[in-house]
Design a binder for this molecule. Structure first.
Ligand code: UDP
Length: 437
């Protein structure tokens, strides 16, 4: 395999497929989340190494140009597939043929063999990537980001199971992809055990964190002052600030944080005047845990005065929220990785997270945060009290959080992805063209 790798050049042009969500979208609301951040950060890192990246995504507005430069060396191509508005993620399987045709027509106007590899993100893109791979004779590398079987096994109350069509679609992509990139050993195991992936084709590549944006900062008081201005309530040094950051949907379980906050106050009424709960993010999906439902839940729990809802935000403004918090809570029912956990820790904020999916990798239990085995308000109240209210514990976890986050970087993620591309390309050279190996 080593000599074959030399026969084919290391991938220099990568077609990235992201059908259902654009790298230009603000993460933390709608369908935009960790996958968008992953695609943007790895594309930029590839471009820094001289690899040209073109990201194909669906055109969702007439305002979008056919092509936009995301960063030097990274283009976003908007593919017309169906009406711009009004199509939800669940409608997109009907547009995969149109999307694939759009990508093929775009490529047909170029020199033959333009792209060296296709990297698809999420199963909808995998369906497109599979055909591109066959037409172009290049390897398909696929990252699932979430898996329906894993998600369906841990549904939140009131959440809708993922449909059979997605399960079948995922199984097909798993069978077709030359390499499957999992974020954690748990995801790799799920691909093998639940989707019958060939273990030789699965590679585990940890996602990263932007250590330039998400830094501990020198002045927590300034971060708290910024939050105080936004919520219109003073936030002092002695106040206990708990934050949830992410898309507001049942799977992310922001309701668990609210119930835990109510329980903390019930146990220690003196906390009421010092406790602040920040919920940062926008609505996502059609589930029942929309911001409006959370507002009602806060009222029902009698903690309206404690909870503030803040809109999604980017980069530096998000880092301010992480820095202002004593603890960031990630109570998800299912989470393939949990970038929010890493970002918070990089800012020196311990994380209390559910012990599900990739979160035990993203959080070092007892060192950079605490993992909670269930979603009961009592368990969460105890863990949050330990991590946020106990100041010496908080200090120890904060130091551990910074150290733990340093072990992750998009630089390393990108090196591992490029190595995976090269390896997949080398193996395909050894096989008859168009035959998956
Ligand atoms: N995010 C953001 N602004 C917000 C809320 C979230 O940019 O207001 C980003 C956050 O920085 C993170 C991503 O959205 O990188 C969420 O990723 P995660 O893996 O935690 O969850 P996902 O959305 O993929 O389920």
């Amino acid at each position: 395999m080593g000599s074959l790798a030399a026969v084919r050049r290391a991938p220099r042009r990568v077609a990235v497929i992201s059908v259902h969500t654009s790298p230009l979208a603000q993460p933390g609301t709608g369908d935009a989340g960790g996958m968008n951040v992953y695609v943007v950060q790895t594309a930029k890192e590839m471009a820094r190494r001289g690899v040209e990246v073109e990201i194909f995504t669906r055109q969702t507005s007439s305002d979008l140009p056919p092509v936009a430069e995301l960063a030097p060396g990274v283009l976003v191509r908007h593919v017309v597939a169906g009406p711009f508005g009004g199509l939800g993620k669940e409608d997109l399987p009907s547009q995969l043929c149109a999307f694939t045709a759009g990508v093929l027509r775009d490529e047909a106007g170029r020199e033959p063999g333009w792209f060296d590899v296709v990297h698809s993100h999420y199963w909808l893109s995998g369906q497109v990537g599979w055909l591109l791979r066959d037409r172009w004779g290049v390897p398909l590398v696929h990252t699932a980001h979430t898996l329906a079987k894993v998600k369906n096994a841990a549904l939140a109350e009131g959440d809708t199971p993922e449909p059979l069509g997605r399960l079948v679609g995922e199984e097909q992509v798993v069978a077709e992809a030359d390499r499957l990139v999992a974020s954690t050993p748990a995801e790799a195991e799920a691909l093998i055990a639940e989707y019958h992936a060939d273990p030789d084709r699965v590679r585990t590549v940890a996602p990263g964190v932007d250590l330039e944006t998400f830094t501990p900062g020198r002045d927590r008081a300034a971060a708290r002052a910024a939050v105080a201005r936004e919520i219109g309530t003073p936030v002092g040094d002695d106040d206990v600030v708990l934050a949830f950051v992410g898309r507001i949907q049942p799977l992310k379980a922001p309701d668990v944080l609210l119930r835990a906050a109510a329980e903390m106050i019930a146990r220690r009424p003196d906390l009421r005047s010092r406790l602040r709960v920040l919920v940062v993010g926008g609505p996502s999906g059609s589930g029942v845990t929309q911001p409006r439902v959370l507002v009602d839940l806060a009222a029902e729990l009698g903690i309206t005065d404690v909870v503030s809802f803040l809109p999604p935000r980017a980069g530096a403004a998000l880092a301010e929220v992480y820095r202002a918090a004593d603890v960031v809570a990630v109570p998800s029912h299912s989470e393939s990785f949990g970038l929010v956990a890493l970002e918070a820790q990089a800012c020196g904020t311990p994380v209390v997270a559910a012990a599900v999916g990739g979160l035990p990798v993203a959080v070092a239990d007892g060192r950079s945060g605490l993992l909670v085995d269930d979603h009961a308000a009592a368990s969460w109240a105890s863990a949050l009290e330990q991590a946020a209210v106990d100041r010496s514990m908080r200090g120890r976890l904060a130091a551990g959080a910074i150290e733990h986050a340093q072990a992750f970087s998009w630089d390393r993620t990108t090196d591992a992805l490029l190595a995976t591309y090269a390896e997949a390309a080398a193996v395909r050279v050894a096989a008859p063209q168009g035959v998956a190996v």
